[in-house]
Design a protein around this ligand. Structure first.
Ligand SMILES: Nc1ncnc2c1ncn2[C@@H]1O[C@H](COP(=O)(O)OP(=O)(O)OP(=O)(O)O)[C@@H](O)[C@H]1O
Length: 532
């Protein structure tokens, strides 16, 4: 019997992943992964989870397709690798430094792949090159961890969000530790709560009870922690940017009270207080310090204060505390007279609520902001979730799509990689492979010379194929595209096409958005006009 103390065979993990990919039934995916995880000793759970997510614990290994293609040895006939072997090889790849490191990396890679069977090679190559780093499995894996450890999935999800680490959560769950004791700790960044969207502010307000209608500032998300007086700041993807935001560090250092965790948006403002274009804020995060305007910050949430975690407290309580702590650095919109809108049956009727929300929306746009975020005042802070309690409303339709391929430009764009093939997520695999993407359109509109230059340099490094006309890309780059609408079309497999798609920005660097969070075909289908 293969006891759970030995290192599990890589082949078991690979076949569980294949089984999960081959079925469309969520319960079957979960069962396949849970069966494999149940065989993993707790200490090795982070390795197994990292492999299944395509995000090994060693981080990005920086192995390109060309490197892999050059070293691909003939596969082993029988499976012999255990996941600890893979972990050791990945560590060797990640830590090779200095003179001769390229040769040592090649040797480590050749040795690992030479010991793998053909199916294992395919799996490892997808992990190594980042092709699997779509996070497509994260949701089912969370359920699978719950099933393998006999812990309710809500408890696993919460622990994963608050610890920011699914592998470590799996370890604790499989070791029988009490996951409810994992809570927010100042100093450990948490996945930010996200918003769903609605086409109009009236619809957003109608969907919720008492709400706060807040300006949606077009800057960068910033999570700020203060522990024993030391302030650290993190981006949306939890990268630390403390050094880039000294004025915010100073501001937060002066707030009253003890340890704090604040959530907010930072942006650059004109002398007259109008929001600067998003790119100005990003150039600051990119490290160009000279000639920058100072950053301003607006906080819209507090997750820890007065020695306790507030993630389970209703937004109304958090707002009250927030106002007392941050004073004028509060997000505009929230808490200003008229912006807090009571629910049906309370002070205002629904027409009044809608009118008040519309006024705040108009004021937000007039001040140069992106729109509003309408938030349920009774809701807790759902770390890492895109739930119904926060609803963003913007005047145009924008979608975050994944770049599947890029065409070589011609004419004025000769020499550049230009036209983008845009994919929407298709998590159920209704239009192709499970967990994949479906192409919904192409565009080169909105691409500035800077963006063309960037993508011409960058895309070859994530290319997975080249037919001379276009490069196929690992589906990991998210681009925000504005459209006028969606129309029915037989041109693409999803049965829809985008109207007037233009690139707004890439979701990279400090503003990175993982492909697993890109918009889905269903998000786009909702924008189809009614049949008639
Ligand atoms: N008052 C606010 N409350 C919450 N988020 C805000 C607010 N103002 C600006 N934001 C920004 O808007 C984002 C909320 O939208 P969402 O959660 O969908 O993130 P996103 O996927 O980055 O969306 P988008 O591309 O629309 O900014 C937050 O991540 C934050 O950066």
């Amino acid at each position: 019997m293969s006891g759970p103390q030995a290192s599990p065979a890589l082949s078991a993990l690979v076949s569980a992943a294949a089984e999960a990919a081959a079925t469309r039934a969520r319960t079957a995916k979960i069962a396949a992964l849970a069966a494999a995880l149940a065989q993993v000793p707790p200490a090795q759970a982070p390795i197994a989870v990292g492999l299944l997510l395509g995000s090994p614990v060693q981080g990005r290994l920086g192995i390109g397709w060309r490197t892999v293609a050059n070293v691909r040895p003939s596969p082993a006939d029988t499976a012999s690798l255990c996941i600890e072997d893979v972990d050791e090889a990945f560590t060797a790849l990640a830590t090779a430094r200095g003179a001769g490191s390229a040769a040592r990396r090649t040797a480590a890679l050749t040795d690992l792949l030479g010991r793998a069977t053909a199916t294992e090679q395919d799996f490892l190559v997808r992990v190594l090159t980042g092709e699997m780093r779509t996070g497509a499995l994260a949701g089912v894996l969370t359920d699978a961890i719950g099933q393998a450890a006999a812990v309710p999935v809500a408890v696993v999800r919460r622990a994963a969000m608050l610890s920011g680490d699914l592998g470590e959560t799996a370890r604790a769950a499989l070791a029988g530790e009490d996951l409810t004791r994992i809570t927010l700790t100042p100093g450990v960044p948490v996945q930010p709560m996200l918003a769903s969207s609605a086409p109009s502010v009236e619809e957003a307000v109608a969907a919720l009870g008492p709400v706060s209608v807040e300006y949606k500032l077009d800057g960068a998300r910033l999570q700020v922690h203060r522990v024993d007086g030391v302030v650290r700041a993190y981006t949306r993807s939890l990268a630390e940017v403390t050094d880039r935001v000294p004025e915010i560090v100073e501001l937060v250092g002066g707030f009253p009270g003890g340890d704090l965790v604040l959530d907010g948006e930072t942006l650059t403002l004109d002398a007259d207080g109008r929001a600067r274009p998003f790119q100005d804020t990003m150039s600051r995060f990119g490290g160009r310090a000279t000639g920058d305007r100072p950053l301003s910050v607006s906080f819209f949430d507090v997750l820890y204060a007065q020695d306790r975690s507030l993630v389970d407290a209703p937004l109304s309580d958090r707002h009250e505390l927030l106002q007392a702590i941050v004073g004028p650095a509060l997000i505009p919109g929230a808490l200003i007279p008229g912006a807090l809108i009571p629910g049906d049956g309370a002070v205002a009727d629904s027409a009044e609520r809608a009118r008040a929300a519309r006024d705040t929306f108009d004021a937000a746009l007039a001040a140069g902001h992106e729109g509003v975020v309408v938030k349920a005042l009774g809701a807790p802070y759902a770390a890492g979730r895109r739930g119904a309690d926060w609803i963003k409303v913007k005047p145009v339709y924008t979608f975050d799509l994944v770049v599947l391929a890029v065409e070589r430009g011609s004419g004025r764009r000769a020499g550049w990689l230009s036209n983008l093939h845009l994919g929407a997520r298709d998590p159920q695999g209704r239009f192709g492979d499970a967990g994949g993407f479906v192409m919904v359109g192409k565009t080169f509109k909105g691409l500035t010379d800077d963006l063309l230059r960037w993508q011409t340099e960058y895309f070859p490094t994530i290319a997975t194929g080249d037919d001379g006309y276009s490069l196929a890309l690992a589906p990991e780059t998210v681009v925000e595209v504005a459209i006028d609408g969606v129309q029915r079309s037989s041109r693409y497999p999803g049965g829809l096409a985008l109207r007037f798609a233009r690139v707004k920005r890439y979701r990279i660097g400090a503003d990175v958005k993982p492909a697993a969070q890109a918009d889905t075909v269903d998000d786009l289908l909702q924008r189809l006009p009614p049949r008639g």
